[in-house]
Write a protein that binds this ligand. Structure first.
Ligand code: PRP
Ligand code: ZN
Length: 285
């Protein structure tokens, strides 16, 4: 039987979360994450550990069938691969930053400036689209040092917490793209491998849905039951059971993390009591 080969970042901002996602999807690996590859126990899957920059090309070439990579690398490498799923973690942005002490009046200020980056493709496209003519210097690392050593006037790089910029005396002036972890896939997968990919994506969706949702139980006064049900529609509709005490019902449902506090406030205003919120382990969607 064939195995689905997935490329994952060897070490860095994506690797731990990606391995954790697989684990939550019920796929255990016998790591040693320093290894080059490992084989899963409970799913026909093999993990290859690579530098994130190399993942799009390896997937295009079919060395790996799929890969988990930052959207930034997917965009930069412009490889012939399909983005098949967004994963919502390792969020960051790609921004232009300049020395803190400099003024900034807008993109046109970058005309004639030297910008250091490891993402020349994304940057050149953006500058061309906006009619800015700057000099793009490609560096493979430590881009944030370029202005202070005098080889660039600005940088274009990943910003996550922003602390790298601060500690190098830089300020963010333009956000050019937002990025998160994504799954990319080779475009010529055979039927067997495509089926394995579908199975894996199904599991991943269940894990992501679970982490974005909470199970909620509460006691509702019957006079407000309909309004309370409107506030928490649930997956299909909430479960409602009468309480032993007359005039009250127990309501069970699923709440999205996004609107969580808003909904809780509304429920309290509608007289809900004994609200319990429970994490969901998996959600089959
Ligand atoms: C990026 C980027 C900055 C840092 C920004 O490097 O080059 O150095 O992260 O993060 P912060 O805003 O939280 O300080 P990364 O660690 O991803 O390494 P890589 O660019 O070599 O993949
Ligand atoms: Zn990298």
């Amino acid at each position: 039987m064939e195995k689905l080969r997935i490329a994952i970042q060897k070490s860095g901002r994506l690797s731990e979360k990606s391995l954790n996602l697989l684990k939550e999807a019920g796929i255990s690996l016998n790591n040693g994450s320093r290894k080059l590859r490992s084989v899963a126990q409970s799913f026909p899957l093999e993990v290859i550990y690579l530098r994130d920059d190399d993942i799009p090309q390896y997937v295009e070439d079919g060395v790996a069938h799929i890969g988990i990579v930052g959207e930034n690398e997917y965009a930069e490498k412009a490889c012939e691969v399909d983005l098949v799923h967004r994963l919502g973690y390792s969020r960051c942005r790609l921004s232009i930053a300049i020395p803190k002490s400099e003024g900034y009046g807008g993109l046109e200020d970058l005309n004639g400036k030297r910008i250091a980056t490891s993402y020349p493709v994304i940057l050149e496209n953006y500058l061309a689209e906006h009619g800015v003519r700057a000099d793009v210097h490609v560096l493979s690392g430590s881009v944030e040092l370029a202005p202070s050593i005098g080889i660039a006037d600005a940088i274009f790089d990943i910003v996550s917490s922003g602390s790298t910029l601060i500690s190098n005396g830089l300020k963010e002036v333009e956000v050019i793209m937002k990025s998160e972890a994504v799954v990319v896939a080779n475009r010529n997968l055979n039927t067997e491998i495509s089926k394995l990919l579908d199975d894996l994506l199904f599991r991943i969706r269940s894990v992501l849905a679970a982490s974005n949702n909470k199970y909620i139980l509460l006691n509702a006064p019957n006079k407000n039951l309909e309004k309370i049900i409107d506030v928490i529609p649930g997956m299909k509709s909430p479960t409602v059971m009468p309480l032993a005490e007359e005039g009250w019902s127990s309501v069970h449902s699923v709440l999205s993390e996004k609107t969580f506090w808003e909904v809780i406030d509304q429920l309290k205003d509608l007289g809900a009591q004994g609200i319990l919120v429970i994490p969901i382990e998996k959600m089959i969607v």
